[in-house]
Design a protein around this ligand. Structure first.
Ligand code: ATP
Ligand code: MG
Length: 169
């Protein structure tokens, strides 16, 4: 399905603005602020919308789950010559450098006890990787322990020049 990635991401984030999340450790409401840096240019991509929504949902849920109350989550969309890159940054506990390569493995979780307390199976990012790669894209993470993490999804993107729009049918 062809979608404007800008609108697609906005809709998902609007939904997260409405959801009430609970910290599984304290049973208290967990507040978070989503900062949008999406630009206003339409970015048309052909994606499996159900699957890509699952990818973004998991990264957003992780950002909330592994962040303290009141954290800011920054979602940015940038385009270059032939890719669009979606990044989701949190101010959470971060991921040790040695684990960065492994979190996309099935069932891999940093600090098992703490992760288990927050619920989940450790499959989210492994599934996300499969889905992104099926879209010929890439997914990776960057993190500074104690300061937060950023997850990146890069998807192929063809910027359409006006000439080749209609001529070649
Ligand atoms: P599931 O997604 O299946 O509910 P999960 O969230 O634990 O469970 P993944 O989404 O695959 O599993 O993430 C794997 C592990 O990577 C997590 O258990 C956590 O240790 C670490 N992780 C993922 N995202 C973050 C983040 N934003 N900040 C800190 N650690 C993270
Ligand atoms: Mg997860």
């Amino acid at each position: 399905e062809w979608v404007n990635l800008n609108d697609f991401v906005s809709h998902i984030l609007n939904r997260f603005d409405m959801i009430v999340k609970t910290d599984k450790n304290t049973d208290k409401k967990k507040k978070y602020t989503i900062r949008r840096e999406l630009g206003n240019q339409a970015l048309w991509v052909e994606i499996d919308t159900d699957k890509m929504m699952q990818v973004i949902d998991n990264i957003m849920n992780n950002a909330i789950k592994y962040s303290p109350d009141g954290g800011v989550i920054t979602v940015r969309l940038v385009q270059n010559q032939n890719h669009v890159i979606l990044s989701i940054s949190d101010q959470g506990l971060g991921i040790p450098r040695k684990d960065l390569g492994k979190i996309f493995d099935r069932f891999y979780r940093v600090d098992k006890a703490r992760s288990r307390a927050q619920g989940g199976t450790g499959l989210g990012l492994a599934i996300a990787k499969e889905i992104v790669e099926a879209h010929h894209g890439k997914i990776w993470a960057d993190s500074s322990e104690g300061n937060g993490s950023t997850f990146y999804i890069s998807l192929p993107y063809e910027s359409m020049s006006e000439e080749d729009d209609w001529d070649e049918v």
